[in-house]
Design a protein around this ligand. Structure first.
Ligand code: CA
Ligand code: CA
Length: 296
């Protein structure tokens, strides 16, 4: 079992990043992660102006996976997400969907107690630990860890959680995989511009998959097979997640496109991941039972 400390962080997914660890396909790696503010906020009276905004959305890594070549897929099995005992939320003018409703920034420290995020004495929300930023290096460009895309990145998708396998593209030799930005809890939309932002540790097993051309990123867990797409406009993100699933069902599950489209119209829920990042992210969730188990 390998381990990467949170001091080994990147702020963009880039082919120029130097790997901090090299592993064989099939290896298990523990990533220690900062929260999205790189743990700079310790108390609710922290001055926003004193934060170093160059240190936002760090991702721990990257890891070079031996044998991963452009055109392969990376299968990232999320085995365990351990979170700290306290997280933080922020909102304010220009932040999130309701940013125009605020005249000043608000910081709230959020204790995690007995499996709940404690927003107040009367508002205790069950936790759903998840990974906000997780991806591989794009082929040529450098993409900020605050932005999602076909390489993964800041997808803020609550299905990227313990028990899920995330499939990502390999765009450069070794893939250069990294992750960070854990949330103790988050709802679809992430409307405040954050979930319960929290440090933690993530244990993943990383496999290189050769010879498959899936429309990535995709997620498979015990219940669903999921396509994920990010675009500037949410409508287009949702459309592309649907089309990606039609292509997957057509090319991998042997359905003709009409049958696949009918199936999605009846059983494929189109959902929002987040609507607050530079690109918006949508997903389509199809119950696994409708898909030939040969491919899963
Ligand atoms: Ca995020
Ligand atoms: Ca976050």
């Amino acid at each position: 079992m390998y381990r990467i400390n949170k001091q080994d962080a990147i702020y963009a997914m880039s082919p120029e990043n130097k790997p901090v660890l090299t592993v064989l396909s099939g290896s298990t790696v523990v990533f220690e992660t900062c929260d999205c503010f790189e743990d700079q906020i310790r108390t609710a009276d922290t001055d926003f102006g004193e934060l170093d905004w160059n240190r936002i959305n760090p991702a721990t890594g990257p890891v070079y996976v031996e044998g991963a070549e452009p055109g392969d897929m990376l299968a990232v099995h999320i085995q365990k997400i351990d979170i700290a005992e306290q997280g933080v939320m922020v909102t304010g003018p220009g932040l999130g969907v309701a940013g125009a409703e605020f005249t000043e920034n608000v910081i709230r420290m959020i204790p995690v107690q007995d499996g709940h995020a404690v927003l107040s004495d009367s508002l205790r929300i069950p936790i759903n630990p998840m990974i906000g930023v997780i991806g591989t290096a794009p082929a040529e460009e450098s993409i900020s860890c605050g932005t999602p895309g076909d390489h993964g990145g800041n997808m803020d998708c609550k299905q990227i959680r313990e028990g899920s396998t995330l499939f990502l593209p390999v765009n450069v030799p070794g893939a250069l995989f990294a992750l960070g930005d854990l949330h103790a809890a988050m709802a679809d939309g992430e409307v405040a511009v954050c979930g319960v932002e929290i440090p933690g540790e993530v244990t993943v097993k990383i496999d290189v998959v050769k010879g498959e051309k899936w429309p990535l990123p995709m997620i498979i867990n015990e219940e669903h097979i999921i396509t994920v797409a990010s675009e500037v406009e949410l409508d287009k993100a949702a459309d592309r997640a649907v089309v990606n699933m039609v292509h997957f069902l057509n090319e991998e599950a042997g359905m003709d496109k009409a049958e696949a489209t009918f199936l999605l119209s009846l059983a494929g829920d189109v959902r929002i991941c987040q609507i607050v990042d530079p690109l918006k992210t949508a997903r389509v969730e199809l119950p696994r039972k409708y898909i030939n188990s040969r491919i899963l």
